[in-house]
Design a protein around this ligand. Structure first.
Ligand SMILES: Cc1cc2nc3c(=O)[nH]c(=O)nc-3n(C[C@H](O)[C@H](O)[C@H](O)COP(=O)(O)OP(=O)(O)OC[C@H]3O[C@@H](n4cnc5c(N)ncnc54)[C@H](O)[C@@H]3O)c2cc1C
Length: 433
């Protein structure tokens, strides 16, 4: 049998049941389609750091596949066009599709099911649990986190699979090009690189060598550096690390060192991710709707200059400015920072939350549709927050999480010099003769 496997948010060989299901055929073509999306909220493309991290993930995956006599075909084409062409060209008998939870990702899968005459196996390899394990199934998925957590936290989690020892060869005639490294380098403040081996290294160092997980409940609010939260999100989002691998490492740590509030808290955060993964499946296009899952009308606006100042880090808040500089320079921001920056855009600038979410989508090395749009909706009060949204007092946040101002100073968080509104002659329409 000649098979094709389309990697999506599962860029790894180990604990990848989607790929393993195609390890027995006569030939296997491994493919990845670079994300191509039309302009959304006036933004297009990927920020330099997000692109760098994706390239590194793909180059690492390509090298791992090559070590098994395989290759990775990376195409800059919509999978709905590329995959049917490849199926014809290489006379493929069966197609496997990696996991990716989201409305457009579902549309891709549905279109391929319609267009292809060959069987398709869609993998669920981006979550801790199987859909069939969810009490009540997807139709009765909890709308809020706490009931979701209670329903799933004691369910068994399947042991992560080893990487396949061998894979079938690529079909004759398949040509693989090396993936260029790209121009961007990691920022010295965030020197992490893509690839499964790098994910395992971070996990080992943070959890087992430095045992920072033991104090995670306190340190997760650090705004900067790599000594706070796990910073596993960039690999979890791309799938270079599976959530089961992260969870089983945590269980191993707990077996050796004991369980405490911090280890329990980390598991709870993995469940937050799980919650947003499944919600993204269920909520579909509502994830991008201004009124969110609640379909709640918003008296919000889009104001181009406010949005430009927020995204460039030139607002009236030095802390928000520092956070936005950190994001664009490194591609990362802590959870606390994301909450502060999002609340500022939504509540102080009275802005449509979707523009902020789109800017984060462009920049974040850990961009994940469910977690990003789900968290933005939560803060905007149109999503899963039972309290109807979060409005952070920015000065209080600064005194709690940057009391000596060192974070703000490091990321050049000065107050912007220009006034909030500028009206000059250029703002007035001039009648053309
Ligand atoms: C406005 C906003 C946008 C966000 N956008 C994204 C995004 O695009 N991608 C993304 O992965 N996370 C997103 N988050 C969630 C969270 O900020 C990041 O997952 C977290 O900061 C990543 O750092 P970490 O790996 O050190 O997390 P840790 O605190 O070490 O947590 C471990 C893992 O749990 C998961 N997790 C933790 N907090 C959350 C959360 N609130 N929601 C969902 N999963 C969580 C992540 O997979 C994370 O890697 C967003 C949060 C906010 C407030």
């Amino acid at each position: 049998m000649r098979e094709l496997y389309l990697f999506r948010n599962d860029l790894r060989l180990s604990d990848n049941p989607g790929l393993t299901a195609h390890a027995q055929g006569d030939a296997l073509l491994c493919v990845y389609c670079w994300p191509t999306a039309p302009a959304w909220c006036n933004l297009t493309g990927m920020g330099a750091q997000r692109e760098r991290f994706l390239r590194e993930n793909l180059r690492a995956l390509q090298a791992e596949l090559e070590a098994l006599g395989q290759g990775l075909l990376v195409l800059h084409t919509d999978p709905r066009v590329a995959i049917p062409e490849l199926v014809d060209m290489f006379e493929i008998d069966r197609v496997g599709i990696g996991g990716a939870n989201g409305h457009y990702e579902d549309q891709h899968l549905a279109a391929l099911r319609e267009r292809l005459q060959v069987p398709i196996l869609a993998a669920n390899n981006t979550t801790l649990y199987e859909g069939s394990q969810l009490p009540g199934g997807l139709d009765r998925l909890a709308k809020q986190f706490t009931p979701f957590r209670r329903a799933v936290e004691n369910l068994p989690i399947a042991t992560p699979l080893a990487a396949p020892a061998s894979l079938p060869p690529p079909p004759a005639g398949a040509r693989f090009r090396p993936i260029p490294a790209g121009a961007a380098k990691p920022h010295p403040a965030f020197p992490l690189r893509g690839g499964s081996a790098e994910a395992q290294r971070r996990l080992r160092q943070w959890m087992f060598e430095r045992r920072l997980v033991g104090d995670y409940k306190h340190s997760r609010n650090y705004l900067d550096g790599l000594d706070g939260s796990s910073v596993l999100s960039p690999w979890l989002a791309s799938g270079a690390l599976s959530p089961r691998q992260a969870a089983f490492s945590l269980f191993k740590y707990e077996d050796a060192n004991g369980r405490n509030e911090s280890t329990e808290h980390l598991f709870m955060e993995l469940l937050w991710r799980e919650f947003f993964q499944w919600r993204a499946r269920v909520d579909g296009i509502l994830l991008f709707h201004p009124g969110g899952l609640r379909r709640r009308k918003q008296l919000k606006t889009f104001e181009a200059r406010d949005f430009a100042r927020w995204s460039q880090g030139e607002t009236d808040s030095p802390l928000v400015n520092a956070l936005m500089h950190q994001l664009t320079a490194t591609g990362w921001m802590s959870n606390r920072g994301r909450q502060i920056a999002a609340s500022y855009l939504i509540n102080e600038l009275n802005h449509d939350w979707r523009y902020g979410a789109a800017f984060f989508e462009k920049q974040l090395v850990d961009y994940d549709v469910g977690s990003n749009y789900g968290n933005w909706q939560y803060i905007a009060g149109v999503g899963t927050d039972p309290r109807g949204g979060r409005h952070f007092n920015i000065d209080k946040q600064a005194s709690l999480y940057d009391p000596d101002g060192s974070f703000t100073a490091k990321w050049d968080g000065k107050r912007a010099t220009q006034p909030r509104y500028i009206n000059d002659a250029a703002d007035w329409p001039i009648e053309q003769p």
